[in-house]
Structures are given as C-alpha cells and as structure tokens.
Design a protein around this ligand. Structure first.
Ligand code: MN
Length: 388
C-alpha cells in the first residue's frame, strides 16, 4: 500500500524537497493534494507531473488560470483559505505535510488532526501559537505528529527505542546564522541581503531572517516543549556553526545521544514520511575529512534578544507565544521591506509582548483574535517608530 500524501505549501523550500523525495520513491508514495499560496505556475507544473487528486491555490485571483491549464487533466482545482482547510479531510489522505509559512498553517493543521490524518509538521509556527490545543487534539484523535524540523527530528530519532526513559534535557543546536559573532553596531546597519545569506541551510526568506535573529531557535524551543512535553528549563540551546549535529538528548544517567549528518532537509523530511522505516537514499554522505572540528559555543542573547524573548513567552505561557509569533511575522516582513532595521525586529516584539492583552487559558478563538490584534499593534508601532 502506497502512503497517500497531501502537501500544504508544495512550492516552498520544504514542499519542493518533499516532492523530490516522493519522485525518488514512487513505489512508496502517491501525491493526493498539493497547495500553494501564490506560485501558480509552479503549482501547475507540479500537478502535471505528480497527478494529484486535487490542487488548492490560496490566492483566489489565480484560480481561473489554473482551472484553464488543468482543464483536461481531471485534477480538481480549489481556491481560498477555506478550501485549504477542507481539502485535508479527503478520505484517501494518510498523511498531511504542513509546509506553509507562519500562522496560516493553524486552521488546516487542526482540521487534518480532527480527521485523523497523520501529520508531518514543518510549519513550526502552528505549534508555537497553539501547541496546547494541537497536542491535545492529536492525543484525542490518535494522531502522531512527525517533526520535519531537523532539530526536532534529531530528538525524535534519539528517543527511538528508549521505551519511555525520561529525558533529562535536550540541546537544540543552532548554526548561529549569518550574523554569528556580530555586535549590535554591525546589526544596526545589516542589510536584508546579508540576513538572507545563511551559511549552511537554503530556506525560505521568513525562516532565514528568523535564523539570523535567533528567533528561529526561539520558536524551536517552544516547538520542542510541545512535541516532547518538556519544561522550559529542560530545553537548552547551543551554537554549533557546522550544523552537523542536529540536536542532542541527555538522559537521566548522564548519557547523551546526538543525531548527525550533513545539513540536508531531505533527511528529516523523508524520515517523517517513512517512520519507522528508513529508506535507502542517494543524499550526499558526511565526510570526516571535510570537518576536522565540530565546535560549540553559548548563544549571545544580549545581542540577539529574540531568543530571550522566546524563552520569556514560553515561561509566561497562555497566549504569549502567539503574541511573540504575530509580532515577529510583522517585524520580519517590515525588515524585508526595508521599513525597519534588523535590531528593531526585537523592539517590535518586545513592545507587543509588554502591551498586548494577556490570556492565561486561551480558546482557539482567542488565538485568532490575539494574532489579528497583535499584527495590527505591531504594524501601528512600526509606523510610529519610522514616522511613515
Ligand atoms: Mn530547524
């Protein structure tokens, strides 16, 4: 029996790499649904190659174009946010890969879990925003959430075969990004081109800026809490510039297990799709001669304040991580649009965390409200700050 996959966000970095994995293993997978927000030309190309049952385009204005190009293909075409949530309900889907960007992933992920689809989670923001609701719903529906994020996949692989042995702590490794070792004076004038040059990973713009600011690691700390039921004090971050060790689990006897390999998202992606099996792959192999030293250092949270802000949000709980995430999304896009400088990303987040309405036990609706209001608040603050 082939595993039937839906890919939400099939034209992004994770989505296209997932399709590469599927292309190499046609005997194991079929593609049932693919979706994209705007990139309809690539979505059409993917549809014609992989012949899914349905495609969904988020932005409705591209619908007529896709409909026309796929008119003789027999592939169903849908458009809009609601269609994206509904399409994961199809009977013939076994697993949904959530690879869209940011908060937009929340609704379809919740609906997929309600319909008992297994989840390969690449959209970390959904767990950051509403980890309590998602993990609870997953337990109720007997759904496994397979991490795609390389650090969390590493932890997931390290606890395999541990038969419930408690985790003492985990070390999430961070590359440090393109601005590792830089001071505030440098960051003040750092350009987006510099921020988008990640030393080890080739990813989408939003996550690459998050890596440069260490917010990506902050979001991953929160993601780890929900995936592995950890307390904040059990989650540590260590900078490892070579990105060969993807994370480490320390057990109660002091033993540490690390998972390593070249930085290649296709490895954790494929494992999320094939667990517990490992499929033979042609991915490049690690060569010790290329890496005479693997090094480690403490993260500089005085300069890179986002990591500290993320820990604060995690400690505070409630809707604070949702506030952190919404403020960060607005701030990152403002930076990418040359509205604010790199250091001001943290100012926007801090301001929103200090002034947004705090809710200790948020409902799903509270999360949507928080997201909406904080985006507005962040945008307003940016306007005031820049006088535009
Ligand atoms: Mn990661």
């Amino acid at each position: 029996m082939k595993k039937q996959i839906a890919i939400l966000g099939s034209t992004g970095s994770i989505g296209t790499q997932a399709l590469e994995v599927i292309r190499s293993n046609p005997e194991y997978f079929t593609v049932e649904v693919i979706s994209a927000q705007n990139n309809y030309t690539q979505l059409i190309r993917q549809a014609l190659e992989f012949r899914p049952n349905a495609v969904v385009i988020g932005n409705k204005k591209h619908y007529p174009h896709i409909k026309k190009d796929l008119s003789t293909s027999g592939i169903k075409v849908f458009a809009g946010e609601d269609a994206l949530s509904q399409v994961v309900e199809f009977d013939n889907i076994d697993l949904v890969l959530t690879a869209m960007v940011g908060f937009s992933g929340l609704k379809p992920t919740l609906n997929a879990i309600k319909h008992k689809k297994q989840i390969a989670l690449a959209n970390k923001e959904t767990l950051v925003v509403a980890g309590d609701l998602i993990t609870k719903l997953a337990v109720e529906n007997n759904v496994t959430i397979y991490p795609v994020d390389s650090e969390h996949s590493a932890i997931f692989q390290c606890i395999e075969g541990e038969y419930g042995n408690p985790i003492e702590c985990v070390y999430l490794t961070a590359s440090g990004g393109p601005f590792r070792g830089k001071n505030k004076k440098y960051l003040q004038d750092a350009t987006k081109e510099a921020a988008l040059k990640h030393p080890n990973w080739n990813m989408g713009n939003k996550i690459t800026v998050d890596s440069a600011s260490l917010m990506n690691k902050g979001l991953e700390v929160i993601e780890a809490k929900w995936l592995f039921s950890l307390k904040p004090s059990q989650i540590k971050v260590i900078v490892h510039p070579q990105s060969i060790i993807h994370s480490i689990v320390q057990f109660e006897d002091g033993s540490m297990k690390a998972q390593m390999g070249l930085p290649d998202m296709k490895i954790p992606l494929q494992y999320a799709l094939t667990h517990p099996a490992r499929l033979k792959s042609g991915f490049p192999r690690f060569n010790f001669a290329d890496y005479p030293a693997l090094t480690f250092e403490q993260p500089d949270t005085k300069t890179f304040r986002n990591l500290k802000l993320a820990y604060m949000a995690l400690e505070k709980e409630g809707n604070m991580p949702c506030t952190l995430n919404a403020a960060n999304e607005i701030a990152v896009y403002a930076f990418l649009n040359d509205k604010i400088n790199f250091l001001q990303i943290s100012d926007v987040i801090e301001y929103c965390m200090e002034t947004a309405n705090f809710i200790m036990k948020p409902t799903l609706n509270d999360y949507f409200e928080t997201d909406r209001k904080v985006r507005y608040k962040a945008a307003e603050f940016i306007e005031k700050m820049t006088g535009s």
